[in-house]
Design a protein around this ligand. Structure first.
Ligand code: FES
Length: 343
C-alpha cells in the first residue's frame, strides 16, 4: 500500500516530515507521529485545522461545511487537515509554531567522510548520517544547523545533496578566522558532528513553469540539490542558472553545474565574476547577465540564494524589469551569522 511523505512547515522555520498512509487523513497521521496539529472538532466544522497546501495532490474530503472551508479558500490551496487525504507527497504550511504543536527540530549525528578544499574559497564537506537516524528527508533548498565542535556555536548550511539519502553534502565558504572554517582546517574523515534541522522556507516548489536560479557564491549549494531532484525526475522544464562570484577562484563546482546540462535537456547556465580585473568573459553583477529569454515574459519562477546586497539588487532589478517573475523566492545568508532569512 502506498504511503506519502508530508512536510509540515511551521511558522518558526522548522520542518517535520511525517509518513501518511494511503487514505489516511493528515491530522491522524500527525497524531500518530506525535505532532499535535491545531484542531478542535476534527469533524470539518470549526476550521481550526486549516493549513495551506503548497504542493502535492490530495483529496479535500467532502465532509466539511463551508464555514470551515469556503470554495474560494479551497481553490487557493487551503485545506482542512482533519479531512485531507494525500495522494502524493505534499508540503503543508502550518500557521503556528512547532512548539505549539508539541514538536521540535530533529537532531542527529553524522560522521565526516570527506573534506575537499577549493583554493581558499570553499570546502565541500560530506557527511554520513548515523544509521540510527531514519533516512534524512528535507526539501531541496533547505538547510541544517551544524554544531561546531568545542565552540558552543553552530552555523547554518544548505544541503547541496539531494534529499532522502544518508550521505549529505554541503558547500561551505572559507572565512579567515571563521568558527567553522577554523574547525574545518583541522577536521579529518571520521570526526563527528551534531546537526539540527531541516529548516527554511526556501525550497523548490511544484515546478509548473520555467525556473530562473540566481546563485551568489556558495549560495550555489541549494541549487545543486534542486537540480539533482529535477534531474532524477527527468524534468524537461526550462531552467537557467546564473552563478555569480566575487573573484575567479570563488567559481567552484562549475563542472558539477555543467554536468546537469547532459541530464536536464533544457538546462543552461551562466557564470559571472564581479572582480573588474578578472579575465572572465562575463564581469559585473548577476543582474547584468540575466538573459532576457530566461525571464520567459514573466512566466518564470525565480529563486535566489546569496548575500543580502545581492538579494536587494535583484529585487530592485525585478521591480524595474519589463517582466516580473510569477513568483520570487529568496534566501539571504551572511557568512558569520547562524540564521538565514528566506521569503
Ligand atoms: Fe475542526 Fe478540522 S478540526 S474543521
Amino acid at each position: 500500500m502506498p504511503s506519502y511523505n508530508i512536510a509540515l512547515n511551521f511558522e518558526d522555520g522548522i520542518t517535520r516530515f511525517i509518513e501518511c498512509k494511503d487514505n489516511e487523513k493528515v491530522l491522524d497521521a500527525a497524531y500518530r507521529n506525535k505532532i499535535n496539529l491545531p484542531m478542535d472538532c476534527s469533524d470539518g466544522v470549526c476550521g481550526t485545522c486549516k493549513c495551506r497546501a503548497e504542493s502535492g495532490a490530495y483529496d479535500l474530503g467532502n465532509d466539511f461545511i463551508e464555514d470551515a472551508l469556503t470554495p474560494d479558500e479551497a481553490a487557493s490551496g487551503l485545506v482542512l487537515t482533519c479531512q485531507m487525504r494525500p495522494s502524493s507527497d505534499c508540503v503543508l504550511a502550518v500557521p503556528t509554531t512547532s512548539l505549539a504543536c508539541k514538536t521540535r527540530q530533529m537532531k542527529f549525528a553524522a560522521t565526516v567522510t570527506s573534506i575537499t578544499q577549493h583554493h581558499d574559497a570553499a570546502i565541500v564537506l560530506e557527511l554520513k548520517v548515523d544509521a540510527s537516524a531514519s533516512t534524512l528527508v528535507f526539501l531541496p533548498g533547505q538547510y541544517v544547523n551544524i554544531d561546531v565542535p568545542a565552540t558552543g556555536q553552530s552555523r547554518s548550511y544548505s544541503f547541496s545533496s539531494k534529499p532522502g539519502e544518508n550521505t549529505l553534502a554541503f558547500l561551505i565558504k572559507m572565512i579567515p578566522g571563521g568558527v567553522m572554517s577554523g574547525w574545518l582546517e583541522k577536521a579529518r574523515p571520521g570526526d563527528r558532528l551534531d546537526l539540527a534541522g531541516p529548516f527554511g522556507s526556501f525550497y523548490l516548489r511544484d515546478v509548473k513553469r520555467p525556473l530562473l536560479m540566481l546563485a551568489g557564491g556558495t549560495g550555489l549549494a541549494p541549487f545543486l540539490s534542486m537540480l539533482e531532484v529535477l534531474a532524477r525526475a527527468e524534468s524537461r522544464e526550462h531552467v537557467h542558472l546564473v552563478y555569480g562570484v566575487t573573484r575567479d577562484r570563488d567559481l567552484v563546482l562549475v563542472d558539477e553545474v555543467a554536468s546537469f546540462a547532459s541530464r536536464l535537456p533544457n538546462f543552461t547556465f551562466t557564470t559571472v565574476v564581479a572582480d573588474p580585473n578578472s579575465d572572465h568573459p562575463r564581469k559585473g553583477w548577476v543582474t547584468q547577465h540575466i538573459p532576457k529569454e530566461a525571464l520567459h515574459g514573466g512566466q518564470v519562477d525565480a529563486y535566489l540564494c546569496g548575500p543580502p546586497q545581492m538579494v536587494d539588487a535583484v529585487r530592485t532589478y525585478f521591480d524595474g524589469a519589463d517582466f516580473k517573475p510569477a513568483s520570487f523566492h529568496y534566501e539571504k545568508f551572511t557568512a558569520n551569522v547562524t540564521g538565514k532569512v528566506a521569503a
